[in-house]
Design a binder for this molecule. Structure first.
Ligand code: EPS
Length: 364
């Protein structure tokens, strides 16, 4: 299986399967000198982990990071940073009943047709377990962006099924297991999720992610656009079926006079563009939104076929998420941070001599 690497100057490779001995990643291209220790990964890995509430998969993984290389005496050395997490709570027998059938809506059908061989245990490489290593790699990018450029990347759950927040407060987001920005609605969400879980079904979600402090100039025109790379990175997250930048699809019914972000000496008057013009950051917050499909591993029987093409009915038991979107906020943040760090390094490489305050070529 190829295509496990992304990025240009900051290159991230992930490896491992959900029920294999371990999962890991190699982050290549991190500049030397970044302070980094195993404890720095804990908070974000915890935010993404299963079993934080009754509303997610009850698999209990320690998600303890081992730094295998690239860090000496607490600082990055400029060599590849290899990170490893050992899987400790896989329950492969949950998958014995569906080892020869395809879950409707799941990648096990397409993986089979592509590779002709299948690791059915926990979905193998197609499992959302892989996103653990994206979040781990994202911790490095978030730290570098914050320390070097004062950039912050944070997200929240913007819709859960048909539930939409009535109010918005960043303070509320980290105070509940949904990353929900409206504290008063949390009890209603708990009820909603309890009823959904009882029904054996699943639901989709929307996650919004925002990067603040991104300087104007990061990104590239034409084939390396910041928005096209963000879209690809966010779309590569399991279950993502849609990505919007700024106003996204709402732009379809807008007028130019409404969509354009007018400028004054104080800056932009609005941010319909999501902080990106012509593939290059404008200096406004970079905003993206993703749509996650309802989980395909559900208890409602569905028509399918087995690997011999024979009709069958599939029910997926085990420890699944009734809504993968609940855990997707840190994953979306990580992917945005990795894209931004890669673009920042590329900008530095080509345009490091351009004065960011009064743009002009100052060097050779
Ligand atoms: C997942 C199915 C479940 C989840 C898993 C994602 O896996 P399993 O049946 O092996 O427990 O627990 O999520 C994680 C293990 C994780 O760390 O995110 C799937 O099908 O994507």
């Amino acid at each position: 299986m190829s295509d496990n690497t992304f990025g240009k100057l900051l290159r991230v490779t992930t490896f491992g399967e959900s029920h294999g001995p371990a999962i890991g990643c190699v982050v290549d291209g991190c500049p030397p000198g970044l302070a980094i220790a195993p404890e720095d990964f804990e908070a974000d890995l915890r935010r993404r982990a299963t079993g934080r509430s009754r509303h997610t998969s009850q698999r209990r993984e320690a998600d303890a990071i081992e730094i295998l290389s690239g860090v000496y005496e607490g600082r990055s050395t400029g060599t590849p940073i290899a990170l490893l997490i050992r899987n400790t709570d896989a329950r492969s027998k949950d998958y014995s009943e569906i080892a020869r059938t395809f879950r409707p809506g799941h990648a096990d059908y397409t993986y089979w047709h592509k590779y002709g061989i299948r690791d059915p245990r926990g979905g193998g490489r197609s499992s959302a377990r892989e996103t653990t290593m994206r979040v781990a790699a994202g911790v490095i990018a978030k730290r570098w962006l914050a320390q070097r450029h004062g950039v912050s990347v944070r997200g929240y759950l913007a819709q859960l099924g048909d539930q939409v927040p009535s109010t918005f407060a960043w303070d509320a987001v980290e105070a509940n297991p949904f990353f929900w920005p409206d504290a008063e609605m949390v009890p209603a969400l708990e009820k909603y999720m309890d009823a959904l879980r009882k029904s054996g079904d699943s639901v989709g979600a929307r996650v919004n992610v925002v990067a603040e402090g991104v300087p104007a100039g990061w990104g590239a025109p034409i084939y390396g656009k910041l928005d096209s790379e963000l879209a690809a990175a966010l779309m590569s997250i399991n279950a993502v079926k849609g990505v919007e930048i700024g106003d996204g699809f709402a732009a379809v019914s807008q007028r130019g006079s409404e969509h354009r972000d007018e400028l004054s000496a104080e800056g932009f008057a609005s941010n319909h563009a999501g902080g990106i013009l012509g593939g290059i950051a404008s200096g406004q917050p970079v905003t993206a939104s993703i749509a996650l499909k309802p989980t395909s591993s559900i208890l409602i029987p569905g028509h399918s076929v087995d690997i011999d093409g024979q009709p069958t009915e599939v029910v997926t038991k085990g420890r699944h998420d009734p809504c993968v979107g609940i855990r997707a906020t840190p994953i979306a943040e990580a992917m945005m941070a990795l894209v931004l760090m890669d673009q920042a390094l590329r900008h530095r490489a080509q345009c490091g001599d351009v004065d960011p305050v009064s743009p002009q070529v100052t060097g050779g």
